[in-house]
Ligand binder design. Sequence first.
Ligand code: NAD
Length: 500
Amino acid sequence: MTVTSALSPAASTELESSLLASVPTGLLIGGQWRDASDGGTFDVEDPATGKVLATLASATSEDALSALDAADGVQAAWARTAPRERAEILRRAFELVTERAEDFALLMTLEMGKPLAEARGEVAYAAEFLRWFSEEAVRDYGRYLTTPEGKNKILVQHKPVGPCLLITPWNFPLAMATRKVAPAVAAGCTMVLKPAKLTPLTSQLFAQVMTEAGLPAGVLNVVSSSSASSISGPLMKDARLRKVSFTGSTPVGKQLMAEASRNVLRTSMELGGNAPFIVFEDADLDKAVQGAMAAKMRNMGEACTAANRFLVHESVAQEFTGKFAEAMKALRPGRGTEAGVTVGPLIDAGARKDVHALVEDAVTAGATVVTGGAPVDGPGYFYQPTVLAGVSNTAEILRTEIFGPVAPVTTFSTEEQAIAMANATEYGLAAYLYTRDYERMFRVSEQIEFGMVGFNAGVISNAAAPFGGVKQSGLGREGGSEGITEYTTTQYIGIADPYA
Ligand code: NAD
């Protein structure tokens, strides 16, 4: 299917309908698409229009347990498949997702709202996890050594963790799924995937593609549901489940960690962020503005890595803020399928209300609205791209994940102060530094408590890099050589002295 952003409304409607009709609407359990055990369903909406796009089966607790039956039933056989076979399934999946890039991009734009160009970028990023872990699957090295005493031998091998529960958020519907499914497949784990109820269509189509790529029945089971806890609750109490990998908000992550303690489940937690974007006095300001636009506006600001606090040296704050506001003003909000649109809607009415409340609170605390500052009238949940200057350090907007197209700017006078301000948060996912000074880059990176640092770079996600946070931003890493270890356990075999 070919999608261009310049289709006539009628052609575009026809294309959307035929794509939506091709997405499976059932639950994928043991290789079969089926209805929910109680016949329940839920609707998926287009956030740009509020219209219903599709109606999906809504999995119950009973369905979740059937999915675990399926995953557990094939775990032993799947763990014994050749790593090369798993690698080739992932490689075929990479090729199929790439061939169907336009379908995936349009589907994400429809259910999530991001402009098509961004959705295409996400497809490419998401597909890279399939390719990367197809390469990693055959390179999961153990080790062999002689003990320091020189007699016995130590053999260390990796084994798949076992059946995993994968829970994904709504903001990156394809990438968050491939970032978990690909390493789990590479390691030889079986899975129950629960996509976010706001954007499950992409995962439904992705699961179909994984089947086409040759993934055996039962290895990947998908249980979309309107009730997340009725899926996670019973699964996490079941001793057959061995791991939960969660991407989402910190409060839900904490709750799942508490539930995971019951059976001492392995956990990977990719949680919220509150990224500082630090512009030093020696920065190239044009590059900093370019980076700020990418770090703030990708996904309408609905990203865990989104720049949330702009900390700018007082000597360049006015110039930076002026240029940044100009770039924000030039953006064009609209439905992501329309030509020329550069900012989509927020995910729902509640999200928009929360963003506006943060802006109002900042203004009450003394901030100035340089541009934007209000919801956009009309259908859909649009919010004006906004820059706030002179934001007080006590404003809630500097403490909370904004998850919207709003950039609060505040100033600092020394490097030490910038570091202290950056660290003044319970989060520790991504941080961005703009400076021409490499020594400063190392000095500041060492002192800031963040899992990822962008140095003169506004976008840092890459399948080959370890993605993840410290503090309350989470545990574990996705991508890089670290990604597969999240899905393996280590077994040590002590071998008696062969000369004794
Ligand atoms: P969320 O926590 O509301 O939901 C995430 C997922 O958890 C969804 O599938 C949801 O259905 C499920 N869920 C919700 N309540 C649950 C419960 N009680 N038990 C089990 N599952 C439950 O988050 P969201 O609004 O979908 O996503 C936005 C959040 O995700 C932000 O905080 C963002 O920073 C974070 N995020 C983090 C990363 C990362 O890699 N660190 C990436 C993307 C998003």
